[in-house]
Structure formats: C-alpha cells, structure tokens
Design a protein. Structure first.
Length: 285
C-alpha cells in the first residue's frame, strides 16, 4: 500500500461503498417495518365497511374475508386497534375491532365483530421481504464494489497524471542535466505541471550554457598568460625545468576544461577512456 495510486483507489472505493451501504441499510430498516398504520388501517376499515354493507348477502371472494365465531388469536396491537375502532366509528359503525399480530409469521390480522356476532377477519397489508434477501443484498453490494472500483481507477489515473508526467520527465533527463520538453495538453492541472516542467528545463538549459561558456572562456583565457610565461621561462637558467613542468600542468588543466565543454556540447564526440592505461601514464610521469 505504499503506492499513491493504490491508496487513492482504496480511499475512493471505501468512501463510495460506505455511503451506498449506509443508504441501503437505512432503506432496508425503513422497509423492514412494513407500511405505517396510517396507510393500512383506513384500507382495513374500508374492507370491513363493504362486508357489513353486503350482509346478509354472500361475501364475494375478492374481498378475502374470513368469517368465524371468534376473533383471530395473537398478541393485540393496541395502537392499530385503537386507530381501527376510531376510523370505523367515524364512518358510522359502532362495532368492536381488534388488530393482533400473527402468531408464527410477520404481519397482522384485523378482526371485527359483525352485527350477527360473527367475526370478520381480514389480513392487514404487509410487505414481506424478498426470498433469499441476503443473497440479493450480497449481489447488490458486489455490483457497488465493482462499479466503485472502475470509477475509482479512472479518476485516480486522472488525479495522478501530473505525477506520472513528472516521473516520465525526470527519467528522460539527459547527460547535460536538462529535462526533455513536455507537451502542455490536457486538463488545467496537467497543463500547469507541464508548463512548470518546461520552465524548469529552460532555466536548467540556461544555467548549463552559462557554466559551459564560463569554463570555455576560462580555458581559452589561460592560454595567453601561459604562453607568455612559457616564453619567459626559456630565458631562465635556474629552475627552468620546474617552471616548464608547472606550465605543462596548467596546459593540461586548460585542455581538460575545453574538452569538457566540447563533450557537453557535442555528445557524439564522447569517447571511451581506458582507465588502466590512464593510471599507468600518470604513474609514469
């Protein structure tokens, strides 16, 4: 995880999956409680009203009402029971209604005592969770991870493009220490990075050329006083050899400086050097 690309991808994937996962969990929690009583109880009251208005005629099967001698069993749901009785009373029916939970499965049953002392039982609408809910949720999360990974990889490549451009430019630095020209194309950030690299390359080229000119000028300027000193040394009797030896050494220094400039300017002129032979020549002197 030392790579900046991997860190950015991991951060983006974790952020996207985390946000979508929290939103999914919130939706599941809201949906898991079923529809609110304010929506289901008026529907049940309307069904019971139709049943009582149809009596004593047969009840059509489309209403899905069960007529029994006793109310449905199960724990009584007091808020829904009070709401159903209130709705029926406001509709003009003074009857007893009970809403109870199903004993062995989710959902509720509404029981209303009819004028003939029978009980009409209607199932309260309930949204059951889909089968294999966890398998569906796992598939949903897998799709989110795949999509988030694809998006993260793309945007990460866009974000680190200036860094990749910088790495490429640095890897192409020549032996003269100057950066290669970078095309100033792409987004605003990429253009700004390329422009900064090109400016740096221009400044480096200017500095290198100034250094080369200085070294070349120094090498050439040494020639004149060295020539005068060599002529004067010819008229010396004492220490003439020492003077000539020092002048030869200065001459080699000046030649090395000029050769350095030529090699920097013309890279094709660079030739391999036999280091062992050079060391033996120096020892022989």
């Amino acid at each position: 995880m030392n790579s900046l690309r991997r860190r950015l991808i991991l951060l983006l994937v974790a952020s996207i999956v985390g946000v979508v996962g929290l939103a999914t969990a919130a939706v599941i929690s809201v949906r898991g409680g079923g529809p609110p009583p304010e929506l289901t109880v008026p529907w049940v009251a309307q069904q019971m009203e139709l049943v009582m208005r149809l009596l004593p005629s047969p009840i059509p099967d489309v209403l899905q009402v069960q007529l029994t001698d006793h109310p449905a069993g199960g724990k009584v749901a007091r808020p829904e029971t009070a709401m159903l009785n209130d709705v029926l009373r406001r509709r003009g029916f003074d009857v007893l209604a009970v809403v109870s939970d199903k004993p062995d499965e989710p959902g509720q049953l509404a029981s209303v005592r009819l004028p003939d002392n029978r009980w009409a039982i209607v199932e309260v609408p309930h949204i059951d969770p889909p089968r294999r809910e966890w398998l569906i949720l796992a598939g949903w999360i897998s799709l989110i991870v795949a999509g988030a990974t694809a998006v993260s990889v793309y945007f990460t490549s866009v974000l680190i493009r200036p860094l990749e451009m910088l790495e490429t430019a640095v890897s192409k630095i020549g032996s003269d220490g100057v950066l290669a020209a970078v095309p100033e194309v792409g987004s605003a950030e990429v253009k700004a990075t390329a422009h900064a690299l090109n400016q740096l390359s221009s400044r480096l080229r200017t500095a290198m050329e100034s250094r080369m000119r200085l070294v070349a000028a120094a090498g050439h300027d040494l020639r004149t006083p060295m020539t005068r000193m060599r002529l004067r040394a010819e008229f010396l009797d004492d220490e003439r050899d020492k003077w000539l030896h020092d002048l030869d050494e200065l001459d080699r220094i000046a030649d090395s400086a000029i050769r350095l400039v030529r090699e920097e300017v013309n890279q094709d002129a660079v030739e391999p050097v036999d280091l062992e032979k050079t060391v033996r020549d120096i020892e022989g002197e």
